[in-house]
Design a binder for this molecule. Structure first.
Ligand SMILES: Nc1nc2c(ncn2[C@@H]2O[C@H](COP(=O)(O)OP(=O)(O)O)[C@@H](O)[C@H]2O)c(=O)[nH]1
Ligand SMILES: [Mg+2]
Length: 725
């Protein structure tokens, strides 16, 4: 009797293996237990009586997936065959939805088979079940024994109605699964209406597929070994007396019922714990997936992770991650199990891919053949075209944006997707969407910061260049400034010189002019003039004229001082001429002072490269000093010497006197304008003290230099060094 357990959302279908004692019923269940996917079944509960091996009953529960919202559980029982366990058999048979009658093919068991079959009919009726309406199949077991009844004999004896029958060898599993699948399909088809599944070929087909899936052999050695470990579970036995026979039938029935209830509970707990274990493993995987995607920096890697986890967790035959492109249309980012996504390939009547409509709806979608939901017609059509049976498609949503769609597909080899699968896919999709959005943002940020780094580097280089340029300019400016300062100082000095010169000239000019005027007046009154007085006056006139001459020379010198290097006109000046012109005007002065002048020049020196006028003035100024600061009977030597600096030819004009010399302390400013030494005026007659200043300037204008060495008491040595072109 199919049982709806609303509280646990579970439907239980009961199949009972019936037959004579030791016919092989338990062996059949052991085989089924061994080969069925461990994910789908519980342990095999075998309830022994306390005193002998004979079994109360065996129970194996199989999880057949879902029908609507209900978990479908198939409970398979065996009954004990021994005659004395009549009450037990009846109780176990109560509420059964289908029966497998296991007949023993051994010739000597013919009678026991018939007796057991009659017992079955009797007990079905006793339990209010209609023997004619209860699905029933036959297993003719122990076909491997030497002396057995033939199949036609057995059929004639036991199965005159021609119900489905199977020749089996339970010990090796031969025919057992075929028989079990057949009773499963028959029973499910019989109860289909009550399960809310359309009866008829499609509903029955669905249940059949579910049955077949449950029976998918799982025969590898490891699974067999694992299965072997939990077969022999022994529950506390029922109450028996010393002989092992129950005293009261009611008592027996009660004991069996409570054992059934306990076993049922145990099997339910077993199924539940298996489901929980699976869920925990799933959760762990999801958590690990969440961690992985949230740490991922590559958006494409997030999508790959999503696909591989969806395929692994849901054991699907096809899957794809579709992403929205810049234009809004979808494309496959990653796929599994096919080349082109069915939902993307099939167009709706509006000419848009079905996937686009699903994405726009922004809600998860679950479509399968068994859910005849009209609103999913397009989706169903699309997946069936690709030979899939069900699909779950969930949009990837992040920050209110639809990034894409995750779609997983199952074919007939997989149970149709249910609400739990939908939840799982939704969790995966939302974790992935977040990870994807993060990775995209991260990538954009990295690109941005790379751009910024480049910009900063570019700017830094520019700044460095600018800085270097401005440093150079600043240095340049500093140079120019100091040049200007020097020029300004020179100019100021020159200005000072000029002012001083004008002052001195105006002072100095007064005396000779007054003297000349006086002499002229006296000479004008010729009558009063004695010859002696006339001579004296002439001397005065001559002296004052000379003094004026010197003044004029000084003015000329001042003009030279004012002129810059730019105005220099260098030429090849005949050496003898130059020396003569420089010195000749000083002959009288030298004679008057009792000083002799000696000139020494190389005989082969024809010309001197210079500006004639300047060098003439310079040389004369130096020689004049040599005479004026000399002693009576002293000497001034002018010597011309060839010299060289590096590869360039130079000429040195040496003026050596035998005068008092210049004290060491005064040598530094000997060339300053208007300096005339501590004992100025001692032997000196006229002049403004500009001689050395002018000479130095002239030499510098030529790119040459003037240097003075002096030994007080012995004399002074002035060297005019001139570069020669
Ligand atoms: N030769 C042979 N022995 C079998 C076969 N099926 C079961 N048996 C043996 O028969 C005995 C009783 O089997 P069991 O399954 O306990 O019978 P049950 O009383 O109907 O549950 C065991 O020793 C089994 O090994 C079969 O097909 N061939
Ligand atoms: Mg048994």
């Amino acid at each position: 009797m199919v049982q709806f357990d609303n509280q646990n959302r579970q439907i239980k279908i009961k199949i009972v293996y019936y037959g004579p004692a030791v016919g092989g019923k338990t062996t059949c269940l052991q085989h089924i237990h061994r080969v069925v996917d461990p994910q789908l079944r519980t342990k095999l509960y075998s309830l022994n009586t306390a005193s002998d091996r004979t079994l109360f009953f065996d129970l194996l529960s199989l999880n057949l997936g879902r029908i609507r919202d209900f978990r479908l559980v198939l409970q398979v029982f065996t009954v004990p065959g021994q005659v004395q366990y009549e009450a037990t058999r009846r109780t176990v048979l109560a509420g059964s939805d289908g029966v497998v009658f296991v007949a023993d093919s051994a010739v000597e068991q013919g009678q026991a088979n018939l007796q057991s079959l009659a017992d079955l009919r009797h007990n079905l009726t006793a339990n209010g079940l209609d023997p004619a309406a209860t699905p029933l199949i036959f297993q003719y077991n122990k076909r491997d024994l030497p002396t057995i009844q033939s199949i036609p004999e057995l059929e004639a004896q036991l199965n005159p109605e021609g119900l489905p029958s199977f020749a089996t060898v339970a010990t090796v599993g031969q025919g057992v699964l075929e028989a079990f699948t057949a009773i499963g399909e028959l029973t499910l088809a019989a109860v289909a209406g009550r399960l809310g599944v359309a009866p008829g070929p499609q509903g029955a087909g669905l249940l059949g597929r579910q049955m077949a899936r449950a029976m998918r052999p799982h025969l590898d050695a490891a699974a067999a070994a694992a299965a072997a470990g939990d077969v022999e579970v022994t529950m506390p036995g029922g109450r028996t007396d010393a002989s092992g026979v129950f005293q009261s039938e009611d008592l027996v029935a009660e004991a069996v019922r409570s054992n059934l209830a306990a076993t049922d509970l145990a099997s339910r707990l077993d199924l539940l714990s298996r489901r929980l274990e699976r869920r925990v493993a799933e959760m762990e995987r999801i958590a690990e997936f969440g961690r992985a995607v949230s740490n991922e920096r590559d958006p494409a890697a997030v999508l790959r992770l999503l696909l591989s986890n969806a395929v692994r967790l849901l054991e699907v035959q096809g899957a794809s991650v579709l992403v929205r492109q810049a234009g809004g249309e979808l494309r496959e980012a990653v796929v599994h199990g096919f080349e082109a996504d069915p939902l993307l390939r099939i167009m709706d009547p509006g000419g848009r891919p079905v996937a686009s409509a699903l994405l726009d709806a922004r809600t998860p979608c679950l479509a399968s053949r068994s859910l005849d939901d009209d609103s999913q017609a397009m989706t169903l059509m699309a997946i069936e075209a690709a030979a899939f049976a069900s699909v779950v498609a969930v949009p990837l949503l992040a920050q209110d944006k639809t990034l894409g769609l995750l779609a997983v597909y199952g074919d007939d080899n997989r149970a149709e997707f249910d609400e739990e699968d939908l939840q799982l896919v939704t969790v995966l999709a939302s974790a992935a969407a977040m990870g994807y959005a993060n990775a995209v943002a991260w990538q954009q940020m990295e690109e941005l910061s790379r751009g910024l780094e480049e910009q900063v580097a570019g700017r830094t280089a520019e700044l460095r260049t600018t800085l270097a340029e401005s440093r150079r300019l600043a240095a340049d400016l500093a140079d120019k400034k100091s040049m200007l300062e020097v020029a300004y100082r020179d100019l100021a000095a020159l200005d000072g010189v000029r002012n001083e010169l004008i002052q001195r000239l105006s002072l100095e000019l007064r005396t000779p002019v007054t003297s000349l005027t006086t002499a002229a007046k006296v000479l004008g009154r010729e009558a009063e003039l004695s010859p002696e007085k006339g001579r004296r006056l002439l001397t005065v006139v001559r002296d004052e004229a000379e003094r004026l001459n010197e003044m004029i020379e000084s003015i000329f010198q001042a003009a030279v001082l004012g002129g810059g290097a730019g105005t220099l006109e260098v030429g090849a000046v005949p050496a003898q001429d130059l020396l003569r012109r420089a010195i000749a005007p000083l002959r009288d002065l030298a004679k008057e002072r009792g000083v002799t002048i000696h000139v020494l020049a190389p005989s082969d020196l024809a010309t001197i490269s210079c500006e004639a006028e300047g060098i003439e003035v310079a040389l004369r100024a130096v020689v004049r000093n040599g005479i004026e600061f000399n002693r009576r009977g002293g000497r001034v030597t002018v010597e011309v010497r060839r010299a060289s600096r590096g590869l360039s030819p130079w000429l040195n004009l040496l003026v050596i006197d035998t005068g008092a010399g210049i004290p060491e302390a005064d040598l530094g400013h000997a060339c300053a304008a208007f300096w005339q030494g501590a004992d100025a005026g001692a032997g000196k007659r006229y002049g403004l003290g500009l001689g050395l200043t002018i000479a130095k300037r002239v030499l510098e204008n030529h790119g040459g230099e003037l240097s003075i060495t002096s030994t007080p008491g012995e004399g002074t040595r002035v060297e005019l060094a001139l570069p020669q072109a």
